[in-house]
Design a binder for this molecule. Sequence first.
Ligand code: SAM
Length: 242
Amino acid sequence: AGHLYVVATPIGNLGDLAPRALAVLRSVDRICAEDTRTSGQLLAHFGVAKPLTALHEHNESGIVGGLVEQLRAGRSLALVSDAGTPLISDPGFVLVRAAREAGVPVIAIPGPCAAVTALSIAGIATDAFRFAGFLPSKSSARRERLRELGASPDTVIVYESSHRIADCLDDLVAVLGPARRVCLARELTKRFEQSITLPAAELSAWLLADANRVRGEFVLVIEGAPPADAGRAEHERLLRVL
Ligand code: SAM
């Protein structure tokens, strides 16, 4: 069988396309892309000309059978998304699962992922974290989800769009309190990249202080809940000492 390569592409800065990603894109028989126009531009920039197949959430289930047939017939495929790592809030899961079920080797060509990139610079605990993708767009549902996610001591990472970032921070303050630390990372690897970690209420004020700060693409890294029994443990320690 051929190989299915899951290839990460830049989240902004084209210099982040890995040399091995480029070599693989040059070597495969076909490239499956979330948006053939977006990926077509990236590939043209690097001088890669390959047959492209659109693979997005609306057609993925329908075309996966044919793609797996091609793989079984010995042809190799690369899967890319518009930005970053495929399958991470992006299409590709149905194809990867089907390829594995058919015994096709699935190989990752790792590279940028906005979630991990933000986490690595947030200054918020990294030992246990939960990636929650995009939050619901309606405030009531978003608050409910934030309440649930924020109750855990694990760090939470979410993606957010420019037209919801301000409302999202409002909800965060309302549900998790003004003191919960949050890192906002916007336009990572791009010209107007910014990242800042503050207590939620201060971060909300920071965002509104300059209209430019609401632009672009966002990742939020949210500190986990303080351990509920931390106070009690300290109390018990003091009692033992006494
Ligand atoms: N597969 C991608 C990845 O590996 O990060 C994520 C795709 S998801 C559809 C797009 C979202 O990722 C954006 O709405 C934004 O929340 C986040 N994102 C992507 N690029 C970013 C960047 N350069 N800076 C900050 N956030 C980014």
